[in-house]
Write a protein that binds this ligand. Structure first.
Ligand SMILES: [Zn+2]
Length: 353
């Protein structure tokens, strides 16, 4: 690896560490100013000499199959690099400026590489999920409004099931949201005759340990899924419901019997994404901050184990008290107390309905 290649990789690696979305190389009269875009905001990074930049630019253009000799017209290119086993797609664009060509690198880390624990502001209670997905059978439900990061959470969990616990995972989705080569993904396609129940029957013949169902929207889907859980499969799915307890009532509305719910459901979780601020930087992290707080993180509420037993007892007979466990609201209050959310944070609860 030559010096130019090393310097280029070091800049990208540094950017990835800081969750930079774009690296700007902005030519000035006597030097090149580098800037990092982090959570939507530009932060100055380092300055480099024009001579080094010219070589770097040629190196990037070469790697991205762009025309090295063309300096007067804007160009676009793409390349994929690997850092510590993680793939990163990079989109490059150049523009002529009075001093030199400017260059912007857009970094697109493959989202599947996010590890499960990095998705959450507070590691508990989500930490319990990887243990629950190791069970032989069960029914796990994740609720939350559209855009609450449910799919990302489930994919990260499934990746862990495959890579750490060597489980065979099959997904049935409508449509497939993120392509992954770690598990078998089946897309529902009514027009091609692949209905949900057809797909589900086929998937059972594929001998999966875990079946992920994109979303349970109706009684028919719910009944098929519960039946599979009763016959010894682990099902994980999403559902529209206001909160964790609400998801249990929803299953009853779908015509699932109380005893089937009691026998199969192992976890009901709700999550939402919040825009966090760094308590040290009072905003998004500058390049110097050691904490590098992510701007979009999930807060998580989990109903499982003893709390789930108590919640079901309450549903069975409302005279039984509801369990007390940390709710999304508690998580948000904690985030405000610790400075991850502004003191005057107005909760915006998107109703799932
Ligand atoms: Zn910070």
């Amino acid at each position: 690896m030559n010096e130019i290649e090393k310097r280029s990789l070091k800049i990208i690696e540094e950017a990835l560490d800081r969750q930079v979305s774009d690296i700007h190389f902005q030519p000035k009269e006597n030097y090149i100013q580098l800037q990092f875009r982090i959570a939507g905001e530009l932060h100055p990074y380092i300055q480099i000499k024009e001579q080094l930049y010219t070589k770097m630019l040629s190196h990037f253009k070469f790697q991205a199959n762009m025309d090295i000799g063309e300096k007067r017209r804007p160009q676009n290119g793409a390349l994929t690099l690997s850092f510590h086993g993680k793939k990163v797609s990079i989109r490059l664009s150049t523009m002529p400026t009075p001093f030199n060509e400017s260059l912007v690198l857009r970094l697109l880390p493959q989202e599947n590489n996010f590890s499960f624990k990095d998705l959450f502001l507070f590691p508990n209670p989500a930490n319990r999920m990887p243990a629950l997905i190791q069970e032989q059978a069960g029914f796990m439900i994740l609720t939350g409004p559209t855009g609450s990061g449910k799919t990302t959470t489930i994919y990260a969990l499934l990746h862990q099931a495959v890579s750490k616990y060597n489980r065979r995972v099959l997904t049935i989705e409508d449509p497939v949201e993120k392509i992954s080569d770690s598990f078998t993904q089946l897309e529902v396609n009514e027009r091609a005759g692949i209905t949900f129940s057809e797909g589900f029957k086929a998937s059972l013949r594929h001998d999966p340990d875990i079946i992920m169902i994109g979303e349970i929207r109706d009684g028919e889907t719910a009944k098929i899924a519960i039946k599979a859980a009763l016959s010894g499969h682990l099902i994980i799915t999403t559902m529209h419901a206001k909160n964790t307890i609400g998801a249990l009532y929803r299953l009853l509305e779908f015509g699932i019997s109380f005893s089937d719910i009691q026998q199969t459901v192992t976890a009901v979780a709700t999550q939402n994404l919040i825009n966090t601020i760094c308590p040290n930087c009072k905003g998004s992290c500058g390049p110097q901050c050691s904490s590098q707080t992510k701007r979009r993180l999930a807060v998580f509420e989990l109903l499982s184990d003893q709390n789930l037993i108590e919640a079901l007892a309450h549903i069975y007979n409302p005279k039984n008290p509801l369990p007390t466990y940390p709710t999304l609201r508690d998580e948000i209050n904690k985030a405000i107390q610790l400075g991850y959310l502004p003191k005057d944070y107005n909760e915006r609860w998107n109703d799932a309905s």
